[in-house]
Design a protein around this ligand. Structure first.
Ligand SMILES: Cc1cc2nc3c(=O)[nH]c(=O)nc-3n(C[C@H](O)[C@H](O)[C@H](O)COP(=O)(O)OP(=O)(O)OC[C@H]3O[C@@H](n4cnc5c(N)ncnc54)[C@H](O)[C@@H]3O)c2cc1C
Length: 327
């Protein structure tokens, strides 16, 4: 019996077999995962991690796939998705406790109705809380890490641990949960977090939230499948040449298309799937954009978007793309 036959009896949550990963990311790109598991409890997550360890099967953790490029071959292993089934939320006074699969726009809405401010910037980010914490995501020079008190996590070696905020290594779009160093004991699944937000005026919070959403609708190509900002806004590069969208635009690359993927004519830091795009198309386009930007300003811009390979390894897209000259 293979592990794929055995996993059905392991009591690890909802399972889908040969599941197209294109259905689980906002870019709508990616081949099938052998198994996609959506646990609903911490016990199911722990059993899944133990199963993968005992069977020696690669396991990769994802949220809503809004910052991921799944490869065309899919994943030969288990994709553990934390989403709707693992998204409890409690708000008591200014203290918030939430599970990793919580949909970020839902958290923003609930905080607004509770009269808590400081999360308006994240209202339009289409990710899970676990993904947001892992990426230390945010906008308008704010990041979720600013409001984190502690993060509850489980390692791939089965250890549960609570990280205080100062142990999370938050910095611009980075955290300690992002870069698995390979050892199972050092690769963490964000199960949930406790956060704290200041009280604010409900009407002001609502106004601010609507303004953030309207600005995003005005600027971003939200009607086409995309993955948010492709390139990071590195402060040193910003000093030199401005934000990545402007750099790509001033390099004359708006509208550039490779296969089914295009640099959005609306916002040059977005790449949109214009139909049947493959991961290979994205890697080719990213390489071309990086190469041409490097030719013009002498800097390699780095990717915020992360790539998942067939073995379930996750890394930023930039070092692995082919075609352009690499650093
Ligand atoms: C239209 C659009 C707009 C966006 N705007 C913004 C923005 O303004 N600011 C911003 O910061 N980002 C933005 N993003 C990018 C993205 O939404 C964020 O990075 C988001 O936080 C990712 O969450 P996710 O659940 O989709 O994570 P995924 O894309 O599923 O995963 C991202 C990374 O986090 C890891 N991960 C996910 N969940 C967990 C977990 N529970 N435990 C451990 N690791 C985990 C994955 O392994 C992967 O490395 C945008 C994306 C889109 C499509």
């Amino acid at each position: 019996m293979s592990w794929i036959e055995r996993i059905g009896g392991a009591n690890v949550g909802t399972l889908s077999f040969s599941e197209p990963l294109a259905r689980h990311c906002t870019w709508r790109i990616g081949g099938p995962a052998d198994v996609l598991a959506e646990p609903g409890t911490e016990e199911e997550i722990a059993r899944l991690v133990a199963f993968a360890g005992e069977e020696g099967v690669p396991l990769v953790v994802v949220g809503r796939g809004s910052n991921l490029l799944f490869c065309d071959e899919g994943v030969r292993g288990i994709v553990l998705k934390l989403g709707r089934r693992f998204s409890d939320l409690t708000i008591e006074g200014q203290a918030v406790r939430a599970q990793g699969g919580l949909w970020v726009p839902r958290l923003a809405r609930r905080l607004a109705s509770a009269g808590l401010s400081g999360f308006e910037h994240a209202a339009g980010i289409p990710g899970s809380l676990g993904g947001l914490i892992t990426m230390n995501g945010g906008s308008l020079r704010k990041s979720v890490g600013d409001n984190v008190v502690s993060v509850f996590a489980l390692s791939l070696a089965g250890e549960r641990r609570t990280f205080r905020r100062d142990e999370c290594a938050f910095s611009y779009r980075r955290s300690r949960f992002q870069d698995p160093v390979g050892a199972p004991g050092e690769t963490w699944i964000v199960l949930g977090a406790s956060l704290v937000f200041p009280r604010g005026d409900r009407r002001a919070i609502r106004r601010e939230t609507l303004a953030v959403l309207a600005e995003r609708r005005g600027k971003f190509p939200l009607r086409q499948p995309n993955c948010g900002s492709v390139f990071t806004n590195d402060p040193a590069v910003y000093e030199l040449a401005g934000p990545p969208g402007r750099i790509v635009e001033e390099t004359g690359l708006k509208g550039l298309q490779m296969g089914g993927v295009q640099v959005s004519p609306r916002h040059a830091n977005f790449m949109v799937n214009v139909g049947e795009a493959t991961a290979r198309d994205v890697l080719t386009l990213v390489s071309e954009v990086r190469r041409r930007v490097h030719d013009r300003i002498g800097v390699w811009i780095e990717c915020e978007v992360r790539h998942v390979d067939e073995g379930g390894r996750i890394a930023p897209v930039s070092p692995i793309c082919e075609g352009g000259e690499q650093r």
